[in-house]
Design a protein around this ligand. Structure first.
Ligand code: FAD
Length: 209
């Protein structure tokens, strides 16, 4: 369980707190119970100090994913540190599930809820080092899901899944800004998920690269 100082993904921020990498949930309990100030660190994709702590940071990246699929309930249980791919993705697949839901990370698509809306249950190691289990029947559950890491360390997450998913992508190049701005709602609502890419230099939207 080494503890080192680390940078965020973009390299623009160095965490003040040392980072512990426990390998078991039991070690998470022990770390939290022994610490005076502690916060969870996900896959370090936030660009600012939101995940930092005056005390210590706990990352779950070395805890076993322990993926459990329930085909009847159409749900999957994963460790908070598991990186994800589900019904509505951010622009990259290697952020952690717990870090993504804690900040309301979203993909695109007018009718798609963010990843947080697929969460049906959480296990949280609270400040006392105890394990709390909450689900959709718990009062204020939505606030517990998008909690910015303030309630403790989310060690397990249960998510809704779909039986199958077909994907097809259409890319339109050099779409003029003027056309997009004039028909913005129609463009954004024209498919399951719509993204616009620009390099801010020209007068058209560009191909994603
Ligand atoms: C290249 C890039 C592309 C991105 N694309 C998108 C995008 O398309 N859409 C979008 O909405 N955002 C996007 N983001 C932002 C990113 O999704 C968020 O910053 C997200 O919080 C990163 O998750 P993380 O696991 O790296 O969390 P961290 O940055 O490590 O931490 C963020 C917050 O989550 C908390 N947290 C992390 N793990 C846990 C845990 N186990 N228990 C409790 N709290 C925890 C931390 O305490 C902290 O408050 C992008 C970021 C990058 C660098």
């Amino acid at each position: 369980m080494n503890q080192t100082s680390e940078r965020n993904w973009a390299g623009n921020y160095r965490y003040a707190a040392p980072v512990a990498h426990p390998r078991t949930i039991e070690e998470v309990h022990q770390l939290v119970a022994a610490a005076t100030q502690v916060r969870a660190l996900g896959s370090r994709h936030s660009f600012n100090a939101i995940a930092d702590s005056p005390g210590m940071l706990v990352a779950l990246d070395r805890v076993d994913d322990a993926i459990v699929i329930d085909p009847t309930a159409l749900s999957v249980g994963v460790s908070g540190g598991t990186t994800y791919a589900l019904h509505n993705l951010a622009s990259l697949p290697h952020i952690s599930v717990a870090g993504a839901i804690a900040t309301g990370t979203h993909g695109s698509g007018d009718c798609n809820g963010s990843l947080a809306t697929a969460v049906s249950a959480l296990e949280i190691v609270t400040g006392s080092g105890e394990l709390q289990q909450v689900d959709r029947s718990t009062p204020d559950f939505a606030g517990m899901v998008v909690a910015l890491g303030a309630l403790g360390i989310v060690t397990r997450v249960t998510l809704d899944i779909q039986p199958t998913f077909e994907v097809q992508q259409f890319v339109y190049e050099n779409l003029p800004w003027s056309a997009v701005l004039q028909h913005f709602d129609a463009v954004m609502g024209s498919a399951y998920s719509v993204s616009l890419f620009t390099n801010w230099l020209g007068k058209t939207w560009i191909r994603p690269g």
